[in-house]
Design a protein. Structure first.
Length: 322
């Protein structure tokens, strides 16, 4: 039986210590968030984070449990002093902040932070905020229902983990992170559908957030790896079935995900860590007001084996350029 992964709640003393370490990472304001020097300081500071926090993240890295989700509560985001929620397309965090330090430290604990040049200009810390005029956009700038997907499922080197740190909740407190783990959905599938999902009868296109990536995709499977505990690569709006049997299997998989779906409503100081290999995610709809106080989540990707993408990263950096 797969052991449940419990959420981690930081106490006041732990939160204060995490805040101190994050501010130390920010101390040299000359280094932008994307610089190797910034990442090096964050990696060093990871080792000094409270023991129970590090233990919990390491347990999750070894096995992410039946939900493929770990939620940290009580992180210091200093919500009272936050600036207005960004409202421009492709907003990112380039300058040193406590929230950027938190995301980078935790990404170093899971592996290495990573980004993709075609998405949000390759920033390691990205803003997930509603943008006026993008309400129906199926991506991080929208506010309608965001359907289930893996991050960058089309890419040869998709991230292993997605870190989402809530800086500000939506006005009505209704926006929810929606997740479905393959480990819970798989038992609901027929044997035939499982077999088909392992066959290369699907094409997954880049998401709308990769506007410059127009390459032709080769057919691939939705499931791969161990039959009893596979990985998944799919995006509801971007994965196309190439055969009638593949179409039926994909529809069945979608129904299974909706059946096991869970909703987590993040509040400021909450960080959700998703195992992108086994968990698809989306977001429920909400109503932005564009008044500077809209929902604000920051996102970072982590790759457990950065070496495997070396040919995609110039100068052994953290940004995949192709």
């Amino acid at each position: 039986m797969i052991q449940e992964i419990a959420d981690l709640e930081l106490g006041p003393a732990e939160s204060t210590e995490v805040d101190r370490l994050a501010r130390a990472v920010c101390a040299d304001g000359r280094d932008p968030v994307d610089s190797p020097e910034w990442v090096a300081r964050a990696r060093y500071s990871w080792d000094e984070l409270p023991l129970e926090l590090r233990r919990g993240v390491r347990r999750f890295r070894r096995h992410s449990g039946p939900r493929g989700l770990l939620v940290l509560h009580g992180l210091p985001v200093d919500a009272a002093t936050l600036p207005a929620t960004p409202s421009t397309p492709d907003s990112v965090q380039r300058t040193a902040t406590v929230s950027a330090a938190l995301l980078t430290m935790l990404a170093c604990g899971l592996g290495d932070p990573a980004a993709y040049l075609a998405e949000k200009s390759g920033a390691l810390v990205q803003d997930v905020v509603p943008v006026r005029g993008k309400e129906t956009f199926s991506g991080n700038a929208g506010s309608v229902l965001l359907t289930f997907h893996n991050e960058n499922a089309f890419h040869r080197h998709e991230p292993d983990y997605v870190l989402l740190l809530c800086l500000r909740a939506d006005h009505d407190r209704i926006a929810g992170l929606r997740t479905a783990c393959l480990r819970e959905a798989l038992p609901l599938l027929t044997t035939t559908s499982r077999e088909v999902l392992f066959a290369p009868e699907f094409i997954t296109a880049p998401p709308p957030s990769f506007p410059s990536d127009k390459g032709i995709r080769a057919p691939q499977a939705v499931l791969s790896g161990a039959v009893e505990d596979p990985d998944v690569r799919m995006a509801t709006i971007a994965t196309t079935a190439l055969t009638p049997r593949a179409e039926a299997a994909l529809a069945e998989f979608g129904r299974a995900c909706n059946t096991v779906a869970r909703i987590t409503r993040l509040i400021p100081g909450d960080m959700a860590i998703l195992d992108n290999r086994v968990t698809v995610h989306g977001r429920t709809a909400f109503q932005p007001r564009y008044d500077g106080a809209d929902r604000w989540v920051q996102r970072t990707f982590a790759i457990a084996d950065l070496r495997s993408s070396r040919d995609h990263r110039p100068h052994d950096g953290y940004v995949l350029t192709r």
